[in-house]
Design a protein around this ligand. Structure first.
Ligand code: FMN
Ligand code: SF4
Length: 661
């Protein structure tokens, strides 16, 4: 192996079947929701081209459906329609212009689907319903198996005509091939069920027919699930055996890997920040010695040093960097240039990638507002070199400063706290969420690199700004905790922010109210439980931390909550808080009684505690905005001071304001 500097392995070329890749960085397959009416879009081409321009060695597109019975989500590419070919050509030409190889992922999701879009029964090896879709699929008969195999060949032919360098068979987390391979979902008694060779028969038939369709000049990859981690599902030993069978055909050029299955163990596939980098590398490490072809490993590799380490240690031959390249398309180029610190590191927050895709929207990125908007360029600056003041150094203000500085303006950023970061710093201070701090750190680093004059510990008022008279002011002054009306100003009813920033240190029994449905309440509950408090969570919703589901944090949160003894009560609206006669555990006052309404039944309940920590809607810190009404300069406001929301809103609006100057 030979490559430059510290990334000797990462930047060494590799032969993958008929292809020679320029390096080992793979942009592995992932849903984007960019398809329009089943066809690839201009956004697809721009999105993949950006990663090719940023130095990726091999790009695998999202899945292309191989059959009309497979339509689990609206914006799926219908690879079985010949109309896809022009869109394929647009993607492959855009990527090839930057020297990367591009393969298309082929898939039939089988029973991990429903008839909602197709109005057809889902097809599967056996009538075993998927735990997410909960629809009993139709067990395919012999002629339907032949139809499935033919579907793969048809789409492989479309891909060849569309200029792809090869195709990858998704047999991993959501696939009819995985369902045939897995004893948990294949209960057949014919030649396609029972023994492993029987369960692998469909895979081997597809490999044969797809190879015939693409010929020897294109690469064929197989992506397998290394461990389903479900009762009776595929284990690592079986995955190794499957890889051997695929390799033994002599028609496969590489094996790619994943862990977990959509939908039963989805949280493992693109694990959130609680999982360590390289959490799934034991899978390629087990498969690699068993096969003759290169093996791809993935899983929270978002730092080139980790990628290099995985290769140097022989865990894999190629490294899938998916979210790492969603967050920074130039991941490979920056590493190659010896600038790993310049990479906008993926936070593994899943907020804008998995989180948005799960809501049927275009894939985006919290860390990088340009990601997922590649085909929608920013407008040209109206005038260059403007003097711009940004007030507030949270993610919205920092992003505004970065975007404006990149466009040639002269920026001064004022932050009243001793350091930038705003609420991100608080959010990152609770257990398991340290990684979130990268959002502010990388923005602050980029702002400094661009020459933004950052003045921390500097509070500005309207008079100061009017006197300074810059060309434009961007307000990113954030929000303040708001006490719920029922608290009636009681000093033991506090905001979760005041726990994180140390203003209060609740002890004894603490009730955490969750009216935001996200990490604010659950993280605080964990922090308090870790400090020895007895924690009870209450929400008016049907579940605590409802939106953690979108970011794949829900299962792991519940596992930790159970282990930490955190109790969860739902469907309860707090009506009133009053003092109990008893002294609080920490001796500084009286205990509290919360009067609760169980809204589905209309019944009253009570809970007694020492403290109440509230995760409830905040109020905008918008005094400066109102004070500057009619000011003689251009005025913008972004993020929470406009309306308190999650970090993505601040980042996106920061970018928009920075680009509007
Ligand atoms: C939003 C999203 C969608 C994904 N969709 C697919 C898919 O369609 N096919 C697939 O094989 N893997 C899919 N994956 C899994 C990724 O290829 C990859 O294995 C996973 O993200 C872990 O790698 P990372 O930590 O580098 O992101 C998806 C991942 C994400 C984040
Ligand atoms: S949204 Fe979060 S997890 Fe997804 S790519 Fe961006 S930073 Fe990474």
């Amino acid at each position: 192996m030979s490559g430059p500097g510290p990334y000797r392995h990462l930047f060494s070329p590799l032969r993958v079947g008929p292809l020679t890749l320029r390096n080992r960085v793979v942009f592995a397959a992932h849903l984007t929701n960019y398809a329009e009416h089943g066809l690839p879009s201009a956004q697809h081409a721009a999105y993949y081209a950006a990663r090719a321009a940023g130095g990726a060695g091999m790009i695998i597109t999202e899945e292309h459906s191989t059959h009309r019975t497979d339509w689990p989500y609206e914006k799926l590419i219908h690879g079985f329609r010949p109309g896809v070919i022009p869109g394929y050509r647009r993607i492959t030409a855009a990527v090839h212009a930057h020297g990367a190889a591009i393969l298309a992922q082929l898939n039939h999701n089988g029973g991990q689907s429903s008839g909602m879009y197709s109005r057809l029964p889902a097809w599967a090896p056996s009538p075993v319903p998927d735990p997410l879709f909960r629809e009993v699929p139709k067990a395919v008969e012999g002629h339907e198996i032949a139809e499935i195999v033919a579907g793969y060949a048809l789409v492989a032919g479309h891909c060849a005509a569309g200029g792809f360098d090869g195709v990858e068979l998704q047999c991993s987390q959501s696939s009819i091939v995985r369902a045939f391979l897995s004893p948990a979902t294949n209960t057949r008694t014919d030649a396609y069920g029972g023994s492993l060779p029987n369960r692998a028969r469909l895979l081997l038939e597809i490999i044969g027919t797809v190879r015939a369709a693409i010929g020897p000049g294109r690469a064929l990859g197989v992506r397998i699930c290394g461990d389903e981690l479900t009762e009776g599902g595929i284990t690592l030993d079986e995955a190794v055996a499957v890889a051997r069978l695929a390799d033994a055909t002599g028609q496969v050029d590489y094996i790619s890997t994943t862990i977990g299955m959509a939908t039963a163990t989805m949280y493992l596939i693109a694990a959130s920040m609680q999982a360590p980098p390289g959490y799934a590398m034991h899978i390629p490490a087990a498969i690699r010695p068993a096969v003759s072809v290169p093996v791809v490993g993935v899983g929270r590799i978002s730092d080139p040093r980790q990628a290099e380490r995985a290769l140097a240690d022989g865990q894999c031959d190629l490294v899938g960097v998916v979210r790492g390249q969603i967050a920074d398309p130039d991941f490979a180029a920056k590493a190659r240039a010896g600038q790993p610190a310049a990479i906008r590191t993926c936070l593994a927050c899943n907020q804008e990638c998995a989180g948005r895709v799960g809501r049927n929207r275009w894939l985006g990125c919290l860390e990088n507002p340009r990601s997922g908007r590649e085909s929608v360029p920013l407008p040209a600056p109206r005038r260059a070199g403007r003097r711009v003041y940004v007030v507030g150094g949270g993610p919205g203000g920092l992003q505004a400063a970065v975007t404006a500085a990149r466009r040639g303006h002269r920026i001064t950023l004022f932050e009243q706290a001793p350091r930038t970061g705003g609420q991100v710093t608080l959010a990152a201070s609770v257990p398991g969420r340290e990684g979130f701090g990268d959002l502010a750190r990388s923005l602050a680093r980029e702002a400094a690199r661009l020459g933004v004059d950052i003045r921390t510990g500097h509070r500005v008022d309207a008079e100061f700004l009017l006197r300074a008279a810059p060309d434009a002011v961007i307000l990113a002054t954030g929000s303040r905790p708001a006490r719920p009306p029922w608290s009636r100003g009681h000093p033991r009813v506090i905001d979760v922010r005041e726990v994180a920033d140390g203003t209060h240190a609740p002890a004894g029994t603490v009730v955490v109210i969750d009216e935001l449905g996200f990490h604010q309440a659950t993280s605080t509950a964990e922090l308090l439980a870790d400090r020895g408090c007895e924690v009870e969570m209450i929400t008016s919703a049907m579940v605590i931390g409802q939106d953690l589901n979108l970011t794949l944090d829900f299962e792991t949160w519940n596992i930790r909550a159970g282990a930490k003894g955190i109790r969860q009560r739902t469907d309860l609206v707090v009506q009133d808080a009053r003092e109990d006669g008893a002294a609080a555990a920490d001796g500084g006052g009286r205990r509290l009684v919360l009067e609760l309404l169980h809204h589905p039944t209309g019944t009253a309940q009570q809970v007694t505690c020492d403290w109440v920590a509230c995760a409830v809607p905040a109020r905008p810190a918008d005094e400066l905005w109102h004070a500057l009404h009619g000011a003689p300069f251009e005025l913008h406001r972004v993020g929470d001071c406009r309306a308190p929301r999650r970090a993505h809103a601040a980042v996106i609006e920061g970018e928009r304001a920075g680009a509007a100057l």
